[in-house]
Structures are given as structure tokens and as C-alpha cells.
Ligand binder design. Structure first.
Ligand code: ZN
Length: 475
């Protein structure tokens, strides 16, 4: 039996213990921050990828895959970008014993791999928009403490890169990405805050960045992903230009949209409890575990019935695991709860006799399910569980946000604070010092709890040009 640390008072210890006990990732690989995906974790990742692919392709994006190595000469073309990533890249400098003429960068992100090729693909206005995405591993030399899924050196990365005719169409693509993320997050039962980052926290090379933040432990926020508007910052140095119908040529405007396995970390962190992980049904490695409860006689009939139910649910498209090992049922329940399986079906001699199954969802809610209507009942119970996860997570998000009127209120604050900000960088940094964290930026979408708009800057007191901003301690 595993005793998990207290989620409320020791969040990080609890998180690490759940990832390990649920067997989602093996951290014993010989390079810090490069973890091994276990079969169980890999299933969750594949389900996550399926959701991302479904939603991005619904917006007209197509999958591509670019090489992992980037020539240093291409990497250096956009000045802000290289400045932002220089300290984080792994270099390949030798091929066998030979020093390479041009050193290679192991991609930290793929702008500089893709854009020289985009310059060849985009010739005419008819080639636009170009909307493509890839899901590949990227590499960053992370110097802080690494955590499975949340901060790693080898990142399972989803990145969409687009080229648009002009600034307005790139803005439309940003809006489209925000909609796609809303649908992705709904499948993960995750609420979030969409926040436009301040200038100093914008993605290197971008004109602006909108990030998705989720307060996880009532103290720190996790950035779930981000969308960036590049304007023509990359297309000019990389020569991504098109000919308009009138024969004039223009640089494209570009956007990107980045997500990663951090979303799995967010699912563990947001939904998990003192009994382990809790997966929403779309991401769950298995949606249903069937446990035959066999005591004495009648074992064969029970075992056969359990197999039949498993087969029936699989035919209905469910991901099912039948746990017919020789452990005691109680030990099995404990293990599958730790692993976060949304629904458990128990079948014993009594259930068999009455043509029923006992279902217990991961939140402990018990119900009888008629054997004859098992697939429909299971579908309904999973929907109910997902809805309850959304409700709980939204409650958590709402209670993690509070207004602040004075800088002193930020000191030691354990919430996302809503405050007035004049937009000056100096005032932003004063806020960051006071909260010992970050000015996350200005909300891009309505907050889940309505607040009266602040009328003055929390740092300098100015009343003109004041906007609502959020500050917190990021993870
Ligand atoms: Zn100010």
C-alpha cells in the first residue's frame, strides 16, 4: 500500500508520488529530465495526441514532420529568437570523429527548421494559408529541477505553424487556435485562464503571446500552452514571400500554437486526489476496469461473464482492462484507483444472479448497472464523471482567483490576483517582486468569476490607461 503525501500541503511531493505510483513515467533514465514513457503512460499520451490532432485538423491544419537537427546558420537568422533560446539548446558538433563545418542544433522548437522550407513552399497567394502542425520531440537544456511532464529536457511537443496573407488573417488564426484549445481543454476536463503575456514575457521573436494558465495547487500556476502572433518577424529574415494577384510581393504573417505533455501533468495535478490519479474518460489509458469478484463456487461462471462484458464493451469502442489476476479484489481496487481509471465494474455471483454489475466511478460513486444495457450505462456514467471533474476543477479555479487593491496584499499571496495595471514595465516588475512571481498578463477571455474592473494601477496609482491584469507564482 502506498501512502500519498498530502496534496494540499505538499503538492509537488504528492504529484511526483502519483506519477510514480500510477506508473505513468519512469524517471530512472540516465539523463535528467529525459523520462521513459511506460506502456500505461504511453496510452494516456496517445489519447492526448488523438484529441489534439482531431481538434487542430478540424480547423484545416495538416500534419507534417521536419528533421530534428537544424544548421546553426539557419538557427541564427531571427535575432530575438536566437537570443531567447541560445542558452537552452543542445549542440551536435561532430559526425563520428570529424568536426562538422556547420554545427547543428537539436531543435528546441521548429521555426528555424521549417521556415527555410516554407520560403520554398509559399510562392503565390494561392499557396496561402499554409496551416501545418507536427507532434515531435524537442530538446531544451533545462537547468532548473525537472519534473515528469511538467518540466523536462526532452519534450513531447505539439506545434502548429501557419503562414497567412496579412496581419488580420493571422489574427483570425490566433482566434481559431483559441477556439481549438477551448475544445481540447474540454476533452481534458480542464478549465484555464487565457492571458496575453506582457511584452517582456513574449515568446522570443513573437509580436505577442497568449498563454493558457491553470492554478494547480492553490499556489502556483502551470502554463498549459500558448499561441503566438509573429507578424512578419520571421518571414522577412527567412524570405517567406508571396506574389499577390496584382504582381506585388509581400512577406507572410505567421502564427504558432504550442502544447506538450504538460497537459498530462495538468490532468494529474488538477483532477488527482489522495487516492491517486483521476483521468477524464477521453484521456484515460483504460476507461473501464472489470474486476471479477469470485468467492468459492461459481468462479467459472463469474469469470466467463466478466470476459463477455469486457468483450461487449470493447466492441462498443471502450478501452477496457479485465483484471482477473489472483490478488484480492480490495488490492485491485486500490491499484486501479491509484492509476486513475474512471470506472470500475464489479461482477460476482450475486450480480450474475440478478443480471447486474456494480459500477463504482473514480470519485467513489456507486450504482447498479443492468448487464443487458452495460455499454449505454457505462457511456452515461463516464459522461457523468467527466462533467463532475469539470465542475470540481472549475470550482477550484474560481476559488484560486481573488482581487488585490494594494501591493502589500500580494506578499505571500497563494492565489491568482486580479489587479489594475497601467501597462508600464516598471510597474509590472514591481508587481512581480511583491508577489515573488510573475505578472501573467491581461485576460484575453472573460474570467470565470466576474470582478469589478480596477480603476487604478496597483503600483503607481495612475488612473489613465488602466487594464485588468493577473499576477501569480508560476510553477
Ligand atoms: Zn503603474
Amino acid at each position: 500500500m502506498v501512502e500519498l503525501p498530502d496534496k494540499r500541503t505538499a503538492f509537488i511531493d504528492w504529484y511526483l508520488a502519483v506519477v510514480e505510483a500510477a506508473n505513468l513515467s519512469d524517471k530512472r533514465y540516465g539523463i535528467k529530465g529525459m523520462n521513459v514513457w511506460t506502456p500505461y503512460g504511453f496510452r494516456a499520451r496517445r489519447n492526448l495526441d488523438r484529441v489534439l490532432v482531431r481538434e487542430i485538423e478540424a480547423t484545416g491544419s495538416q500534419g507534417v514532420e521536419f528533421p530534428a537537427l537544424i544548421p546553426a546558420t539557419e538557427f541564427a537568422k531571427e535575432k530575438e529568437h536566437i537570443k531567447g533560446f541560445d542558452a537552452q539548446v543542445f549542440w551536435v558538433t561532430k559526425g563520428g570523429a570529424t568536426e562538422l563545418d556547420v554545427p547543428l542544433v537539436l531543435r528546441p522548437t521548429s521555426e528555424t527548421a521549417m521556415y527555410p522550407i516554407f520560403a520554398l513552399w509559399v510562392r503565390s497567394h494561392r499557396d496561402l494559408p499554409l496551416n501545418v502542425y507536427q507532434i515531435v520531440n524537442t530538446f531544451r537544456y533545462e537547468t532548473k529541477t525537472t519534473r515528469p511532464f511538467v518540466r523536462v529536457r526532452e519534450i513531447h511537443f505539439f506545434e502548429e505553424h501557419t503562414c497567412q496573407l496579412d496581419e488580420a488573417r493571422a489574427t483570425e488564426r490566433v482566434r481559431s487556435n483559441l477556439g481549438a484549445f477551448r475544445r481540447m481543454a474540454a476533452s481534458l476536463a480542464l478549465p484555464y485562464l487565457a492571458v496575453r503575456r506582457p511584452k517582456w514575457d513574449t515568446f522570443p521573436g513573437a509580436d505577442y503571446t497568449i498563454a493558457f494558465d491553470l492554478p494547480l495547487d492553490g499556489v502556483r500556476t502551470l502554463q498549459l500552452g500558448s499561441v503566438h502572433h509573429y507578424r512578419d518577424n520571421f518571414s522577412i529574415p527567412y524570405g517567406i514571400r508571396y506574389e499577390a494577384p496584382d504582381g506585388s510581393t509581400h512577406a507572410v504573417h505567421q502564427t504558432t500554437f504550442g502544447l506538450s505533455e504538460r497537459l498530462l501533468g495538468a490532468i494529474v495535478g488538477a483532477h488527482g486526489d489522495q487516492r491517486g490519479a483521476v483521468f477524464p474518460s477521453e484521456i484515460a489509458p483504460y476507461e473501464v476496469v472489470i474486476v471479477p469478484v469470485v468467492a468459492g463456487a461459481g468462479g467459472t461462471a463469474v469469470a466467463r461473464a466478466a470476459e463477455d462484458v469486457a468483450e461487449e464493451l470493447r466492441r462498443a469502442g471502450r478501452r477496457v482492462v479485465l483484471d482477473d489476476g489472483d490478488e484480492r479484489p480490495g488490492a485491485k481496487y486500490f491499484r486501479w484507483e491509484l492509476a486513475g481509471v474512471p470506472l470500475r465494474l464489479e461482477i460476482g455471483p450475486r450480480e450474475l444472479e440478478h443480471g447486474q454489475l456494480t459500477s463504482v466511478d473514480r470519485l467513489g460513486r456507486k450504482a447498479s448497472v443492468a448487464r443487458a444495457s452495460a455499454p449505454a450505462d457505462v457511456a452515461r456514467r463516464l459522461e457523468e464523471l467527466d462533467a463532475e471533474l469539470v465542475r470540481r476543477a472549475l470550482d477550484g479555479l474560481r476559488s484560486a482567483i481573488a482581487p488585490a487593491a494594494r501591493l502589500e496584499e500580494l506578499t505571500g499571496s497563494k492565489q491568482v490576483r486580479v489587479l489594475g495595471w497601467c501597462g508600464d514595465e516598471a510597474c509590472g516588475h514591481e508587481v512581480e517582486r511583491a508577489i515573488d512571481g510573475a505578472l501573467l498578463g491581461t485576460p484575453e477571455e472573460p474570467l470565470p468569476v466576474p470582478f469589478a474592473a480596477p480603476t487604478s494601477c496597483i503600483a503607481c496609482g495612475r488612473t489613465d490607461g488602466v487594464r485588468t491584469a493577473l499576477a501569480a507564482q508560476p510553477m
